[in-house]
Design a binder for this molecule. Structure first.
Ligand SMILES: NC(=O)c1ccc[n+]([C@@H]2O[C@H](COP(=O)([O-])OP(=O)(O)OC[C@H]3O[C@@H](n4cnc5c(N)ncnc54)[C@H](OP(=O)(O)O)[C@@H]3O)[C@@H](O)[C@H]2O)c1
Length: 304
């Protein structure tokens, strides 16, 4: 028997409960892993609250690090004792141990500790696809980045600066502005005070140069209303995309290549992973409340 955070109905943080779970042996193509640290992500809130409907009861969480305990039939490239991490996998990371498709696991290099790995996989792989694939950032580009002091924000700011871009970050407070500036942002806008209505997607369109690209990768500030495509012409032949990590990391070879690039920028020191909050896994509800209340900065991990 092992323990996991699960929920039986959609709702606030209080629906998260700590339960005993029977795991069994890994099936074909699966591995059983024991977590040491689990990553917290805003998408966990969407899944818990019912914004993204999930079949209930359910586990939660898509990012974690730990060690392989056992592999199922057909798994040849992993063995018990291997240190692994993942950021693109079926939900169920909020658990002491779990079964997981082995082809979602990435072996960890020695230079990356478990807490850092749990804090960077889902977020770092997202940043990889956003600035290396959705739009390939190059020296001289200017980027407007919302929630620049958040988990994604601190990683994207540093990586984009490393690529030679000028990053303008919007943030909710002066303290967050300082942090964003220390992590790649050349300029910050405290949108609660200065003239930028962050909750309005259309305002982001107004910030673009002709032929500019909007990558709408999240909706912490609320869902976007249907868009009149004619506006894209009026505002300068703009591009809009709504990408998700699941699409970009769907194939094993893509996932491996993306993780390789991420590990390179982290190990070279170009991108520092800031774990600014940690909570015991059992207290996931408190972590959710703090993330939703904008109290966190950088990455947050749940320790097992
Ligand atoms: N599409 C994908 O593949 C993908 C993958 C990963 C994450 N995401 C998305 O990326 C975004 C960032 O994720 P994250 O986990 O790194 O979270 P995060 O940025 O650490 O936290 C969310 C931040 O959003 C800002 N915010 C603005 N309006 C808010 C509101 N009404 N409620 C709460 N926060 C609000 C807050 O910063 P300020 O106080 O500075 O405003 C808050 O700290 C999320 O929308 C997430 O869903 C997308």
């Amino acid at each position: 028997m092992t323990h996991a955070i699960r929920f039986h109905r959609a709702g606030g943080p209080e629906v998260l409960v700590w339960e005993e779970v029977e795991l069994g042996k890994p099936g074909p193509g699966e591995a059983r892993i024991r977590h040491t640290a689990v990553g917290l992500n805003f998408v966990d809130i969407y899944n818990r609250s019912g914004l993204y409907p999930v079949q209930l009861p359910s586990g939660l969480g898509g990012e974690g690090a730990g060690v392989v305990e056992e592999v199922g039939p057909g798994v040849t490239d992993l063995k018990p004792g291997d240190r692994i991490a993942y950021g693109s996998a079926p939900m169920g990371a909020y658990a002491e141990a779990r079964l997981i498709p082995a082809d979602r696991l990435i072996k960890l290099p020695d230079g990356i500790d478990d807490k850092t790995a749990a804090a960077m996989m889902l977020k770092g792989l997202t940043v990889q696809y956003l600035i290396r694939q959705t739009y390939r950032v190059k020296a001289g580009d200017t980027i407007l980045l919302h929630a620049a002091a958040g988990g994604i924000g601190l990683i994207l700011g540093q990586w984009a600066k490393h690529l030679g871009a000028t990053v303008i970050g919007t943030v909710g407070s002066d303290e967050k502005a300082k942090l964003a500036k220390a992590h790649g942002c050349a300029h910050t806008i405290v949108y609660t005070r200065e003239d930028f209505v962050k909750d309005t997607f259309l305002k982001s369109l107004d910030c673009l140069a002709p032929l500019g690209v909007v990558a709408l990768f999240g909706q912490s500030s609320g869902s976007v209303e249907p868009l009149n495509l004619g506006l894209l012409a009026q505002k300068g032949s703009l591009y809009v995309t709504r990408p998700t990590l699941n699409t970009y990391a769907a194939k094993r070879e893509s996932l491996v290549a993306m993780a390789k690039e991420l590990f390179e920028v982290v190990q070279s020191g170009a991108v520092k992973i800031e774990v600014n909050q940690s909570y015991p896994l059992k207290d996931a509800a408190k972590a959710h409340a703090d993330l939703a209340a904008r109290k966190t900065t950088g990455s947050t991990v749940l320790l097992v």
